[in-house]
Design a protein around this ligand. Structure first.
Ligand code: SF4
Length: 374
């Protein structure tokens, strides 16, 4: 699969620490540089047929439909791909106007992931989102009118402006809109964000873990009652609508990342990441040089990654695979660490896969990191 990172946003959301710029001055140069990177790295997924192309960011919907099409054309020209390739575009509600959707519906984009976050004005204001509550709802309906059925929306729970009642309303609205995929994350306070600053100055109260815990389990039960499968801690899908992009990532498949700050992985022991600086990225690519650094993952790194990713999913960690891949020292550590957690049923083994039972998923990252080799 290929991931393309579009490093621009209209404004900075208060909780976000991703790589992007709010200046669009170098947008044309950036698109041209990305095309150069696509050509430069065309041999990296040799003998692979792409099943997914994913535009993330930043805000990919800040590009015009023509710019998006031209990037897709460049990828499809240089890589082999499956006939039913899933092409996802992350889009913000305020960008999904009729003209843009018309352009997209004439392009190979066949899945939208909409950054809705909430249908409530107070949440959106605190998050400094560029859209209103009305736009959140209208953009989804408009996308559906233009034929986009394979839709995902993002929702954030546990905001200090919300509570369980408001969260229930958010979920009722989501169900009424009939979207088949939902990604939902707790509001987290990242370093060097406006949210962290407001909290440290006492202007905003900190999100409460207890409230987030309640909202998470309400979300999980509610969506399952409405026919969704909870297939990863933060992801829910109607049957047949699992995200191919995310599923490949969670199954440790190889991927190629294009654009500033995008990561790539060779499916075994090499991970690389592009420079997280737009100017330097453009400069490198203009000189036809790769803009990446890479590291060889140690056996311990690979083990930790396999545990962290696998334990967040319904598939769990394949024990056969684990045994074949790691040496005795790592496997002995693993057996030692899981013993008590199995007795306490914080971990379970099903069909030779180690899993966290769903009722413990809110704590999944902590449980997984307890098993890490440090
Ligand atoms: S639109 Fe997305 S990437 Fe951009 S600032 Fe907001 S959360 Fe971050």
């Amino acid at each position: 699969m290929i991931y393309i990172h579009i490093p621009f946003c209209k404004q900075k959301c208060s909780y976000c620490n991703f790589h992007f710029s709010t200046s669009l001055n170098f947008k044309d140069d950036m698109v041209a540089a990305m095309k150069k990177e696509i050509v430069l790295r065309k041999n990296e997924l040799q003998n692979k047929s792409l099943s997914s192309l994913y535009f993330g960011g930043g805000t990919p919907s800040i590009l015009s439909a023509d710019e998006i099409k031209s990037l897709i054309d460049e990828v499809l020209k240089h890589f082999s791909f499956e006939k039913d390739i899933e092409i996802t575009l992350e889009a913000n509600p305020d960008d999904l106007n009729k003209e843009f959707l018309k352009g997209l519906s004439d392009s190979p984009v066949n899945r939208l992931s909409i950054g809705t976050q909430s249908f409530f004005e107070a949440d959106l204001k605190l998050m400094n989102r560029a859209h209103t509550a009305n736009e959140a709802e209208d953009s989804i309906k408009r996308a559906q009118d233009f034929g986009f059925e394979n839709l995902s929306i993002d929702l954030i729970y546990g905001s200090p402006t919300s509570n369980l009642e408001i969260w229930k309303e958010n979920l009722n609205k989501t169900i009424a809109l009939e979207v088949p995929h939902i990604s939902s994350y707790a509001l987290t306070v990242e370093p060097k964000t406006a949210l962290e600053n407001w909290i440290s100055k006492g202007k905003v109260i900190s999100p409460k873990e207890e409230e987030q815990n309640r909202e998470f389990y309400y979300l999980s039960d509610f969506l399952k009652d409405h026919g969704f499968e909870h297939y990863e801690v933060s992801n829910f899908a109607k049957p047949g609508f699992y995200s191919r992009h995310n599923s490949s990532y969670w199954k440790y498949k190889e991927y190629l990342g294009i654009g500033p700050s995008a990561h790539s992985y060779n499916g075994s022991d090499v991970r690389s990441w592009n420079i997280a600086n737009n100017q330097q990225y453009i400069k490198k690519l203009n000189a036809h040089l790769p803009a990446k650094e890479e590291e060889i993952l140690s056996a311990e790194d690979q083990f930790n990654e396999m545990i962290m990713i696998g334990l967040r999913t319904i598939w769990g960690v394949d024990l056969e695979n684990l045994k074949g891949k790691f040496n005795d020292r790592i496997l002995e550590h693993f057996q030692r660490e899981i013993k008590q957690k199995l007795e306490e049923e914080i971990l379970i083994i099903e069909n030779n896969h180690l899993k966290i039972p769903e009722k413990q998923w809110f704590m999944a990252d902590g449980i997984a990191s307890d098993l890490f080799m440090v």
